[in-house]
Design a protein around this ligand. Structure first.
Ligand code: SF4
Length: 310
């Protein structure tokens, strides 16, 4: 079935951007290889529709051969519209499988009323999807997480878990049998939302289970949106930082051998960036308040902190 993009210049540009960013993430992390069979997890949300749509396009133009199979897990939530996905996927002409497992009943039975159900629900879902991937002979499991999910997870882990850790674009599953990939890792959530609108994806609401939205994630999302509106470019800068890590300038002994650090050790000196604490640092105006920067030729580390605190 041909894609039903509502024709407009901006819609075309958006589609191209999502396809380009997805292709780049796939290449940067070697997510898809010749002969792969990719199980695309389709929840019925905007991101998973965009993921399937984009992977189908890339499959049609890629120099390598890979198969796609869309999988939806019907968790038997009350009011789940069972007909939407089979109809959409049949019209699309993609292989698909709808798995029916009543995780809703398990969650309701195990979790007391009023408590958040997401953690057990997602553990159950994950286990089922891993099992299904094995049964289908899938070599990779593709999930629809995007750039903003990755940044939110980074802050959730820092604020509540005491870890500098995010959501990897590619990982081996907990059971060691599957490779999970996130081809939308470079895509902005706002782009995916606009794209879903242009494409008229038949969105299935995600609150059918009646669970409260994860409040902590919601707060982090609001914090990031607030930063982005006051300091345009900050999200991009933070995301770039995730691809630009300097272990010698963090405090994790397991990533950098501080114990063995000595003056005149040229092997180690070649691996580290040196101490720029006393040097002026160069910050592109896109990442900070331009008016403030115009008043200063150079900013030192102290003035950066002052800008941050304003
Ligand atoms: S929102 Fe509902 S379906 Fe989604 S993870 Fe939480 S409990 Fe499960």
């Amino acid at each position: 079935m041909s894609v039903k993009l509502k024709k407009s210049n901006s819609a075309n540009k958006l589609q191209k951007r999502i396809r380009r960013e997805t292709g780049k993430a796939i290449a940067d992390f070697n997510m898809i290889e010749d002969g792969d069979k990719i199980m695309v997890c389709l929840s019925g949300g905007k991101d998973s529709y965009a993921l399937l749509d984009t992977l189908m396009y890339l499959q049609s133009v890629a120099p390598i051969k890979f198969d796609l199979i869309a999988v939806n897990l019907d968790q038997k939530q009350p009011g789940f519209p069972e007909d939407i996905l089979p109809r959409y996927l049949s019209e699309l002409g993609v292989d698909f499988n709808i798995i029916e497992e009543d995780t809703y009943a398990i969650v309701k039975e195990k979790i007391p009323e009023g408590k958040t159900t997401c953690s057990l629900c997602s553990r159950l879902r994950r286990g089922i999807l891993y099992r299904v991937a094995q049964e289908l002979g899938a070599t990779k499991i593709a999930l629809g997480h995007h750039r903003d999910d990755i940044l939110e997870t980074l802050f959730l882990n820092m604020f509540y878990g005491g870890k500098l850790k995010s959501m990897p674009p590619k990982l081996v599953s907990d059971d060691g049998n599957n490779v999970v990939i996130r081809p939308l890792a470079y895509c902005k959530e706002t782009d995916l939302a606009k794209y879903a609108n242009h494409m008229d994806f038949p969105i299935i609401p995600c609150n059918l289970c009646g669970s409260q939205e994860n409040l902590q994630r919601k707060n982090i999302k609001m914090m990031l949106q607030d930063w982005q509106s006051r300091f345009p470019g900050r999200i991009e800068s933070m995301f770039t930082a995730l691809q630009n890590v300097t272990p010698s300038h963090l405090l994790d002994n397991s990533l950098f051998n501080f114990m063995a650090l000595n003056a005149n050790d040229h092997e180690v000196l070649n691996q580290i960036e040196g101490d720029t604490a006393f040097d002026p640092i160069d910050i592109s105006p896109i990442f900070e308040d331009e008016t403030t920067l115009k008043r200063q030729d150079k900013i030192d580390t102290t003035s950066v902190s002052i800008i941050e605190l304003k």
